[in-house]
Design a protein around this ligand. Structure first.
Ligand SMILES: Nc1nc2c(ncn2[C@@H]2O[C@H](COP(=O)(O)OP(=O)(O)O)[C@@H](O)[C@H]2O)c(=O)[nH]1
Ligand SMILES: [Mg+2]
Length: 250
C-alpha cells in the first residue's frame, strides 16, 4: 500500500478539528495527517499541538505553524513540500470543516492505485452539495463550468478541494511555480494535471456545508478566480514550460 499524507489547512477551526481528526483516523488508521495552521486566533493550532504532545494518534499527526493568514494556496504548497521531502506517495488536500467527509478516503486511496489524480467530485453522477444556498451553488458549479470551458479541459469539479495527488506528478508540475493563491489554487493544480496528460478520476462525493465556524469565501476571492482562470488559459504554453520533464505541445 502507498504511504499517504493528508494535508489539512486550518484557520479558526477549533469547533471542528478534534472531531475531524478522530473521524479521519477511524476511517483510515494507516494514514498520516499534517495540519497547516495559520496562527488561528481561536487557538486551533494549540489544540493540535496538545494532540501531538499527548501522542493521541501514535506519531501519525503533525502540525506546521505559520505566522498568520497566508492563504490556502501557500498552505497546500508548503504542506505538500513537507510531505514530498518525507517521501509520501499520495498527498491529499482536504478541508477541516467536515465538507469533505472522511468516509470517502478509503475509496479515494483505492482509486489512486490506477489513476494519477483522484478528485472528490460534486459535479459527476452521484455527487452533489448539501445545505448550500442557491447563490453558493451557482457560483461553485458555474465556476467549475467556466473553468472547464475557458481551459478546454474535461474536468467537472475544478474548484473542489478534496483531492488525492501523486508525489511524482507533484514533482513534475513544479510546485514552486504554481502562482494561484486562494481558491484558484485547486483549479491551477488540476489544469496542470490536464497539461501533463495525467489520468484523472472524478469520484462522486456529497459535499455538506460547514455546520461550525465561518467560511472564508469572499467576493474578492470570486473575482480573483474569474480573472485567474483567464490568465491560466493565456499562460497555457508558459505553464507547460514551467513544468518539468518537457511536456510537449500538441
Ligand atoms: N492555513 C490556512 N487555512 C485556511 C486559510 N483559509 C481557509 N483555510 C482553511 O481551508 C479550508 C477551506 O476553507 P473554508 O473557509 O471552509 O472555505 P469554503 O469551504 O470554500 O467555504 C478550511 O479548513 C479552512 O480552515 C488560510 O489562509 N490559511
Ligand atoms: Mg468549507
Amino acid at each position: 500500500m502507498k504511504s499517504v499524507l493528508i494535508v489539512i489547512p486550518t484557520y479558526n477551526e477549533k469547533d471542528n478539528i478534534t472531531e475531524l481528526l478522530s473521524e479521519v483516523f477511524k476511517s483510515v488508521p494507516q494514514v498520516n495527517v499534517l495540519i497547516v495552521d495559520d496562527n488561528s486566533p481561536d487557538g486551533t493550532g494549540k489544540i493540535v499541538d496538545d494532540l501531538v504532545a499527548n501522542n493521541t494518534y501514535n506519531d501519525r499527526l503533525f502540525v506546521m505553524h505559520r505566522s498568520g493568514k497566508l492563504g490556502l494556496g501557500t498552505a497546500y504548497i508548503q504542506g505538500f513540500q513537507w510531505g514530498m521531502q518525507r517521501g509520501y506517495e499520495l498527498l491529499f488536500s482536504m478541508d477541516a470543516d467536515f465538507s469533505h467527509d472522511p468516509k470517502y478516503l478509503p475509496e479515494m486511496i483505492a482509486l489512486a492505485e490506477n489513476n494519477d489524480l483522484v478528485i472528490g467530485s460534486r459535479y459527476v453522477k452521484g455527487g452533489g452539495t448539501q445545505n448550500w444556498g442557491f447563490i453558493r451553488r451557482l457560483i461553485s458549479k458555474g465556476g467549475s463550468l467556466y473553468a472547464r470551458i475557458v481551459l478546454l479541459a474535461n474536468v467537472h469539479d475544478f474548484t473542489g478541494g478534496f483531492n488525492c495527488y501523486h508525489k511524482n506528478f507533484l514533482e513534475r508540475l513544479n510546485l514552486d511555480t504554481v502562482f494561484s493563491k486562494g481558491y484558484c489554487f485547486q483549479i491551477e493544480m488540476k489544469f496542470r494535471h490536464v497539461l501533463m496528460k495525467a489520468k484523472i478520476k472524478e469520484m462522486p462525493i456529497i459535499f455538506c456545508d460547514r455546520v461550525n465556524g465561518k467560511s472564508k469565501m469572499s467576493s474578492n476571492i470570486f473575482k480573483e478566480a474569474v480573472i485567474n482562470v483567464l490568465r491560466l488559459s493565456l499562460m497555457r504554453g508558459k505553464i507547460k514550460n514551467m513544468m518539468k520533464n518537457g511536456i510537449s505541445d500538441d
